[in-house]
Design a protein around this ligand. Structure first.
Ligand code: PLP
Length: 461
């Protein structure tokens, strides 16, 4: 059985036929007027999305697909949650916009709810419009706080598409944007499956990766380094869970050398890993924590930086030189208040944790047993990756680093034709459904994935 559904109406009551007509017009106008992210404009054919509900989206043909991508890993509370929609509608009727210099009830309440959930003394919240600008501001705060300029980040990371954020990024999307004088230095993080440190165990990988980072810091000059920016669990770069002790070791290095530790939780935060923030998994408190996506599931653009007391104090009597017209926008923060409250009331984070441990993890492990194209399964919560390979012994990726491949394209096409919307990147399929996904939905999705991996297996030499 697959999840393909040919229903007569969409969740909002439109007929499938009306939705098809709308989608055809949208496609036509899109190709004429919309300039797309990360794409060769003449080579793309964007799939239409006309409606969504819970864990599902409807495409331009009115077909229902199970969303194993959460769009761009942001709809943590699921699609079209009624409490979030109602909150946005109420706020629109009350106050649609308010400039950041004024105090406002929903901004204050969102800040309180976030500060209550971030670890340690990260109690001040600076709101941005998304994740990239959150990282831009975190780096600016760290530079002003320390009086230093250099920033260290890991290869195999993504921190956003704006200028500083794309230069922080370690994955190949940086290459065409790297202007060489950003002050960013990259290092290797732990990744046992593709260890740069010739490690065979998690303990070795952890110790050697920390030793490497220590050496990079000493070679670059500790007194020149403002911050280390680290995705707690690197997301688009491959969902690599850090070995036990690594993040604690990074914290210790930052303390030893007076470096600001910035945890990028834009993708890993707000329930994705089965905890409110992924740093909670290891009990580490960074100096700055950036968030976006899950904070309000992307219903209205919002991101931000949670700031420690010490860094906030830097700006007690010295103006912070930065701001955004829409910082703490009322529609976005009203959506955040409703999202966080509903997530707490409905135990959405607990659901993510249980589904990951009881259904997704074991289900993917079974698929790995059956499909030789699966080299490794890793993840937690609703944050999982299947690493696809041409050869399990050599671990040669099914698609080379920084490129796509026919094999991967075929796997993705098989998922879609089976009624599943996956998140694919280079040689990986990420299983990243909403945190609200049910066990039954996960099982449906794994059935489609099973068939799609058979297509992947057929590409093996
Ligand atoms: N940081 C991480 C870890 C991300 O995954 C992303 C986006 O995927 C960003 C930053 C950038 O966020 P945005 O696209 O909202 O600017």
């Amino acid at each position: 059985m697959t999840t393909i559904d040919h229903l007569d109406t969409l969740p909002d009551g439109r007929s499938v036929e009306d939705a098809r007509v709308e989608a055809a017009r949208a496609y036509d106008l899109d190709r004429r007027h919309v300039f797309h992210s990360w794409s060769a404009q003449a080579e793309i054919s964007p799939m239409g999305i006309t409606a969504s509900a819970g864990s599902y989206v409807w495409d331009g043909d009115g077909r229902r697909l199970l969303d194993f991508s959460s769009m761009l890993v942001n709809t943590n509370i699921g699609h079209q949650h009624p409490r979030v929609i109602a909150a946005i509608q109420r706020q629109a009727a009350k106050l649609c916009t308010v400039a950041p210099q004024y105090a406002n009830d929903v901004r204050s309440e969102a800040a309180r709810l976030i500060a209550e959930r971030t670890p340690g003394d990260l109690d001040k919240i600076f709101f941005t419009n998304g994740g990239a600008d959150a990282n831009e501001h975190a780096v600016r705060m760290a530079r002003l706080h320390t009086g230093r300029r250099k920033v260290l980040t890991r290869y195999r990371s993504y921190h956003g598409g704006t200028d500083t954020a794309i230069n922080l990024t370690g994955d190949p999307r940086r290459w065409p944007n790297d202007h060489g004088d950003s002050g960013v230095v990259h290092f290797f993080g732990p990744f046992l499956y593709r260890s740069r440190f010739h490690a065979e165990t998690e303990e070795q990988e952890c110790a050697r990766a920390l030793d490497h980072l220590d050496e990079v810091i000493r070679m670059e000059g500790p007194s020149t380094i403002a911050a280390i920016v680290l995705e707690t669990i690197p997301g688009t770069a491959g969902i690599m869970i850090p070995p036990p002790g690594y993040l604690r070791g990074v914290r210790e290095l930052c303390d030893r050398y007076g470096i600001v530790y910035i945890a990028d939780e834009v993708m890993a935060g707000f329930g994705r890993s089965g905890t409110w923030f992924s740093v909670d998994l290891v009990g580490v408190t960074p100096d700055l924590l950036t968030f976006a996506k899950g904070v309000n599931s992307g219903y209205v653009p919002l991101g931000g930086v949670a700031i420690s007391a010490a860094i906030a104090a830097t700006f007690d009597h010295r103006p912070y030189p930065g701001g955004l017209t829409y910082s703490g926008h009322p529609l976005a923060t009203a959506a955040a208040v409703a999202t966080i409250t509903a997530m707490a009331d409905e135990d959405v984070v607990g659901n993510a944790s249980r589904i990951g441990a009881e259904v997704i993890g074991p289900g993917l492990a079974e698929l790995a047993d059956r499909h030789p194209s699966v080299g490794e399964v890793r993840g937690c919560g609703v944050f999982w990756a299947l690493e696809l390979v041409r050869d399990r012994t050599t671990r040669e990726p099914l698609a080379p680093y920084g490129a796509s491949s026919a094999a991967m394209n075929d796997v993705v096409a098989a998922c879609r034709s089976g009624g599943l919307l996956p998140f694919a990147n280079v040689n990986r399929i990420h299983v990243v459904p909403p945190c609200t996904v049910t066990a039954e939905e996960v099982r449906e999705g794994l059935t489609v994935l099973d068939a799609a991996l058979t297509v992947g297996d057929a590409h093996l030499p």
